[in-house]
Design a protein around this ligand. Structure first.
Ligand code: NAD
Length: 530
């Protein structure tokens, strides 16, 4: 582990061939299921440990603590964390600033090697990381595996992208000159991440920032600090120099705001809700005394995503796609389908088939791999149940609608479908972030598209249709950052589906895409007369 006294060593690593997405684990294979059960036991024995803040490589304790609890059994403490307050912000930013002086001088090869080594370590311990996600945020096996796989993908992808950027040059060489274009780092960034992809998004934003030579203050969600602490361990094992990433769980309102208000903070990479994203945008825009730059914000925010089911759709595929997109991880994805927009001629049949399919879903402990685990917290549960009550007035409850009680008092909610919902109803407009699907009737395809575009968001969307003309129309008119045809609207794959939305879904950044690392750099043009 790196300390201030011992210089860190990053062992050289080169990308193993072209980028390929990490394969999903097939848990129907006995050996994989067995490995997952063993990991749950192994990680189960490590629950409840206390983790320090890590600032400039130093372990820091605070009197205030954050207790991360298993949403499936809230009496179980997953990890105890320090709670950084406003008073730690200056310390953390200064540690990052100090580290920046040397880290920015590391070569792209060294920085990429750090990411590739971290990816290797996570791959070796994949089942353990899945188990941590199951305990900390209630992901079932496949959802946990997808989160871990995406983490590995981000590390592998951004390592290659950083090497590509290091070799970039100007498109034209002016006669009589040598022209260069250097993508240099910005400085100190705040990385503020959500709990719903607590590994991939937290690690992805951090990796993009550091591989391009920046240093960061990383503030994970208070619902998922343990997985971030575990990532920090991996980074240190891979040779992370002190201060390059400063691990600081803490409250968004006090610590988060103090870091983003700091005059030495150069950029903020945030993923979370629209409300917090907009607040960060405003705060970051205010120039502080001593600040000599305009702070850059990379904001990835909420969604209200729709799937259009057309009369000519493959019916079975459409039902399966809507169910998977609406209820995977209990609908707690920014990309989740929260509105199915169905053309009139097939509406009634679709609704009936949807009900049959949803009623087959199992709700229960994600450690036992049920289809739907709990929602993340008591607060989330209350918000979602309140929306269900609103929905019952705005439409007809088709199935679900209630909390599911368990002896462990987990935060379970039945998969809920509300049909005959008007396009402008609250449950058709506001992000619920739970297992609640609104079904909306459309007169025809044009009407369906008009409804799909009628929210303030623009993150993901899908169309099920076999009609090429309809798909072409949607390609032009469906205004979302991630559009899918004849497949679910969740499960973006790094590299293949660069991810991020339009309008109130964010700043149009595309995580896992070829433009993403540019957001963490500034381009310096150098011309030398020959
Ligand atoms: P959230 O906005 O409540 O919190 C996100 C992070 O911001 C947390 O670390 C939180 O502590 C911090 N925070 C809260 N208030 C803050 C403040 N005033 N200043 C600074 N930081 C503050 O979101 P969440 O509940 O963790 O995550 C769910 C949301 O994230 C949903 O809206 C979802 O759609 C969105 N999301 C978007 C994407 C995307 O790529 N667009 C991906 C995942 C999740």
């Amino acid at each position: 582990m790196a300390t201030l006294e011992q210089p860190t060593v990053i062992l050289p690593r080169a990308p193993q061939g072209a980028f390929r997405n990490e394969p999903f684990t097939d848990f129907s294979q006995h050996h994989n299921a067995h490995a997952m059960k063993e990991a749950l036991t192994r990680v189960g024995d490590q629950l409840g440990h206390e983790y320090p803040l890590i600032i400039g490589g130093e372990r820091v304790r605070t009197s205030a603590k954050i207790e991360s609890r298993n949403p499936a059994r809230p009496a179980q403490i997953v990890g105890i964390h320090q709670k950084a307050g406003a008073e730690h912000a200056d310390q953390a930013v200064r540690a990052a600033l100090k580290a920046f002086e040397t880290w920015r001088g590391f070569s792209a090869d060294e920085r990429a090697s750090l990411l590739l080594h971290a990816a290797e370590l996570i791959r070796e311990r994949k089942f353990d990381f899945c188990a941590w996600l199951t305990y900390e945020v209630g992901k079932n096996w496949a959802e946990a595996d997808a989160d871990v796989g995406e983490t590995i993908d981000f590390l592998e992808f951004y390592a290659r992208e950083a090497l590509r950027l290091a070799g970039a040059t100007t498109p034209i060489q002016y006669p009589g000159e040598r022209n260069e274009l250097l993508y240099i780092p910005l400085g100190v960034g705040a990385v503020i991440s959500p709990w719903n992809f607590p590994f991939a998004i937290m690690a992805g934003m951090t990796a993009a920032a550091i591989v391009t030579g920046n240093t960061v203050v990383m503030k994970p969600s208070s619902d998922s600090p343990t997985i971030a602490a575990r990532f920090m361990e991996v980074l240190e094992e891979a040779g992370l120099p002190p201060g390059v990433v400063n691990f600081c769980p803490g409250s968004g309102a006090s610590f988060g705001n103090a870091v983003l208000a700091h005059p030495k903070t150069r950029f903020i990479a945030f993923t979370g809700s629209k409300e917090v994203g907009l607040d960060i945008n405003e705060r970051a825009a205010k120039t502080q005394a001593g600040q000599i730059w305009i702070k850059r914000t990379i904001l990835e925010m909420g969604g209200k995503d729709s799937i259009i089911v057309s009369t000519d759709a493959d019916f079975d595929a459409a039902v399966a796609g809507v169910v998977a997109s609406a209820f995977g991880f209990s609908g707690q994805k920014c990309s989740a389908c929260s509105r199915a927009i169905v053309e009139e001629p097939i509406y009634d049949t679709f609704v009936e088939r949807l009900r049959e399919s949803v009623e087959k879903l199992t709700v229960g402990d994600p450690a036992e791999n049920s289809n739907l685990g709990p929602v993340v917290s008591e607060g989330a549960m209350k918000t979602i149940l309140d929306y269900i009550e609103i929905g019952k007035k705005e439409g007809r409850l088709l199935t679900g609608g209630k909390a599911v009680e368990t002896p462990e008092k987990g935060y379970y909610i039945e998969p809920t479908v509300i049909v005959d919902v008007a396009p402008n109803a609250r449950i058709a407009q506001e992000e619920i972030f739970g297992p609640v699907l609104a079904v909306i009737r459309a007169r025809d395809f044009d009407h369906a598209l008009e409804i799909a575009n009628n929210t303030e968001f623009g993150l993901t969307g899908a169309v099920y249709s076999t009609d090429r003309a309809k798909l072409d129309h949607a390609r032009r008119e469906y205004h979302v950052g991630n559009l899918y045809f004849n497949r679910k609207c969740t499960g973006a794959m790094v590299g293949a589906h660069p991810f991020g939305g339009f309008n109130m879904s964010g700043t149009d950044s595309k995580a896992g895409g070829p433009d993403y690392l540019y957001l963490f750099t500034q381009a310096k043009s150098v011309a030398e007369k020959l």
